[in-house]
Design a protein around this ligand. Structure first.
Ligand SMILES: [Zn+2]
Length: 246
């Protein structure tokens, strides 16, 4: 059939829109991790600090991954940068050596739930399960929790706080989740950087070769601009606006 007929006929247009919708829906489900930049501004969450000091936090979600996390750790070691890894309990349980290596090399570990479910009613239960894995492997607990997809609601926020965790999002999205090419990932980060920002990257969940290739240039470019990198707990020490006491 002639493609033009499909596109320009009314029925064809409807069909095309439907296919496009389904494709977008598919992408949306797979990549919720980034879909809603506005949610990072939800009150009560931690996604930046107010500071004039040129500090930022690099964060990696969805690992530890047996294929990719080692390469990320190699780059961070070579560049002498400490980052924060929001790990999945399931992956941490299956790759305890990588989790230990990350910790031993001075990185901070955060909780990203257990199985990466996008069902908010399961978030707190999964948070607890992942805390148990971290306790077992590292003999320590983390204060920081990042929900899968950055999906939040007041109920999630309250549940996470009740467990003694800080709901941590991001303010600079590398968009490495669409694998747009290493150069684009570098640009997405560098062009949107600001003092006190939290940068979202991924070391698992998908192919991460592009993230690995982008990481060195991201660090180099930002260092040229005078930035240095700290973990999410260190970043909080730079907050210059004191929270209102209630
Ligand atoms: Zn994730």
């Amino acid at each position: 059939m002639d493609l033009r007929i499909i596109i320009f006929s009314r029925k064809g247009l409807r069909l095309s829109m439907m296919v496009l919708g389904l494709v977008l829906l598919g992408i949306g489900i797979r990549y919720t991790d980034l879909a809603f930049p506005a949610i990072t501004k939800h009150p009560g969450t931690y996604y930046l600090v107010h500071t004039e000091e040129k500090v930022m936090a690099l964060t990696f979600d969805d690992g530890p991954d047996p294929l990719y996390t080692g390469y990320i750790l190699d780059v961070l070691k070579e560049k002498n940068v400490k980052a924060t890894f929001f790990v999945l309990g399931e992956s941490a349980k299956n790759n305890p050596d990588l989790l230990l290596r990350a910790r031993q090399e001075g990185h901070e570990i955060g909780n990203h739930g257990y199985s990466h479910t996008y069902t908010p009613s399961k978030f707190v239960q999964e948070l607890i399960r992942t805390d148990e894995v971290l306790q077992e492997v590292l003999q320590e607990r983390t204060a920081f929790y990042r929900p899968p997809g950055g999906v939040i609601s007041n109920a999630v926020l309250a549940g996470v706080k009740e467990q003694g965790h800080i709901l941590t999002l991001w303010s600079i999205d590398s968009r490495d989740w669409v694998n747009p090419g290493p150069a684009q990932i570098v640009q997405n980060v560098v062009n949107n950087s600001f003092p006190g920002g939290i940068i979202l990257l991924h070391d698992g969940g998908e192919k991460r070769e592009q993230t690995i290739r982008a990481l060195g240039p991201i660090i180099d470019r930002l260092r040229e601009q005078g930035y240095r990198f700290v973990t999410v707990s260190e970043l909080r020490n730079f907050e210059s606006v004191k929270p209102v006491q209630k």
